[in-house]
Design a protein around this ligand. Structure first.
Ligand code: HEC
Length: 126
């Protein structure tokens, strides 16, 4: 009975996988999106930076005093520590729809999941 044995092995393997996840201390609750994003840990240079450059840098740079939290210098050089040190605020601002202003939904759920995965990985800079 091939189907039954397949179903049986799925029943045995799945809880083992789930238990494995739960066993890691401090691990945040995993959604399918963050799980997918985490399989390839997001790159600061290739994933995080382009997103912030395209959507945030025009206001959040050292030359624009009306916006708090400058994430870039005037010339576009990233302020890496300001970004990694404030990643939770950044995610919250985007997720709540406040940022970028007047463009709610312009950052996709996958992009938000990518930022969260980068945060969960400890904001590695490559
Ligand atoms: C059109 C200009 C503009 C753009 C684009 C923009 N912001 Fe902002 N941002 C502001 C201004 C102005 C404030 C201060 C007023 C406010 O908090 O609403 C602000 C505030 C913030 C804050 C502080 C909110 C808090 O209290 O924690 C964060 C974090 C933030 N922005 C992140 C972002 C991110 C991330 C992006 C890109 C996805 C972005 N912003 C894009 C203008 C902008």
């Amino acid at each position: 009975m091939p189907f039954k044995s397949y179903a049986l092995s799925a029943l045995v393997v799945l809880p083992a996988i789930l238990a494995g996840c739960g066993a890691q201390p401090g691990m945040r609750q995993v959604t399918s999106n963050t799980l997918r994003a985490r399989q390839a840990a997001p790159s600061f240079q290739k994933d995080v930076l382009p997103l912030l450059k395209n959507n945030c840098a025009s206001c959040h740079n050292a030359g624009r005093l009306f916006a708090p939290l400058p994430m870039f210098e005037k010339d576009g050089t990233p302020r890496t520590e300001a970004i990694s040190g404030n990643i939770d605020r950044i995610v919250t601002a985007i997720e709540s729809g406040r940022m970028p202003p007047r463009k709610p939904g312009s950052i996709s759920p996958d992009q938000i999941a990518m930022l969260k995965a980068w945060a969960a990985a400890g904001t590695p800079v490559d």
